[in-house]
Design a protein around this ligand. Structure first.
Ligand SMILES: *[C@@H]1O[C@H](CO)[C@@H](O)[C@H](O)[C@H]1NC(C)=O
Ligand SMILES: *[C@@H]1O[C@H](CO)[C@@H](O)[C@H](O)[C@H]1NC(C)=O
Length: 265
């Protein structure tokens, strides 16, 4: 054990030296923390043209935290998958919310099926600033908070959605978990486990800010986007919510917390 440990440590340092000399200096550490009372399976999707991180999906037990290094100029998103299980016959791994379609623990380039709360990052963007936000544009599945640490400049503050919107989600937006019946295949009827965006629920361009509504002066907040905005004023509630929902920091690390407050588990 001890031998294997020091071997992996020396491997770690030699790969660190290698990557430093190759110029891909790590620029930020993301620490994912699960304060939910249930297991969360984080998913990570790198944007096109930026490298994948060391993991794209894993299990995070209640109370656990997991640090991940990201290289300079990384951009992508993180979310939490809930109610995941592996099929005992096919071995296929699926989640009731936030599923990334890979059929496995690692998402490997798959994004979250909506509805899912998303934390979005662009490191070292315009003026060297990191841009970050928590988005409910693709709906909501669990409370998330992004806490920048050690950063300067910009409006470098916490952002997220800390309340449990499953409980207050309008019925037409609710995703109900299947009730497992002995006959199998029960659909709906269970508790609300996620809350759709109006765009996903109705597909209407005026909610999606698509088609003739694809400009900020035409696509306005709706009663549905205002439901999200009132509950979570710092999170994106619809596509053109940038002014109150984008935050910036310089040289920060980020803690990404699932279920940050005890009242929102
Ligand atoms: C919200 O959904 C999660 C699973 O995604 C569930 O554990 C939690 O109990 C739900 N909250 C409410 C209030 O139903
Ligand atoms: C934070 O700063 C950015 C960049 O200047 C700005 O676009 C955004 O509106 C600011 N966010 C808030 C919530 O004030």
């Amino acid at each position: 054990m001890a031998g294997a440990h020091s071997l992996s440590l020396s491997f770690f340092f030699s790969s660190l030296v290698l990557s430093l000399s190759a110029g891909s200096v790590f620029s930020a550490t993301f620490t994912l923390v699960n304060r939910c009372t249930y297991t969360v399976w984080p998913g990570i999707l790198s944007n096109a043209g930026t490298p994948q991180l060391s993991t794209t999906g894993f299990a995070l037990n209640p109370g656990d935290s997991f640090p991940i290094s990201a290289p300079t100029s990384w951009s992508g998103r993180m979310w939490g998958r809930t109610l995941c299980s592996q099929d005992s016959t096919t071995g296929k791994f699926t989640c009731v919310t936030g599923d990334c379609g890979s059929g496995a623990l690692e998402c490997g380039g798959g994004g979250a099926a909506p509805p899912a709360t998303l934390a979005e990052f662009t490191l070292n963007g315009a003026n060297g600033l990191d841009f970050y936000d928590v988005s409910l544009v693709d709906g909501y599945n669990l409370p998330m908070l992004v806490v920048p640490q050690g950063g300067t400049g910009g409006n470098c503050s916490n952002t997220g959605c800390v309340v449990d919107l499953n409980a207050s989600c309008p019925s037409e937006l609710q995703v109900l978990n299947a009730v497992s019946t002995s006959g199998g295949g029960g659909v709906g009827g269970g508790p609300c486990v996620a809350c759709k965006s109006a765009c996903e629920a109705f597909g209407d361009p005026k909610y999606c800010c698509s088609g003739e509504y694809a400009t900020p002066d035409i696509c306005k907040p709706s009663a549905y986007s205002e439901f999200f905005k009132n509950a979570c004023p710092r999170a994106y509630s619809y596509a053109y919510d940038d002014g109150t929902s984008t935050f910036t920091c310089e040289s920060a690390d980020y803690v990404v917390i699932f279920c940050p407050t005890p009242s929102a588990r």
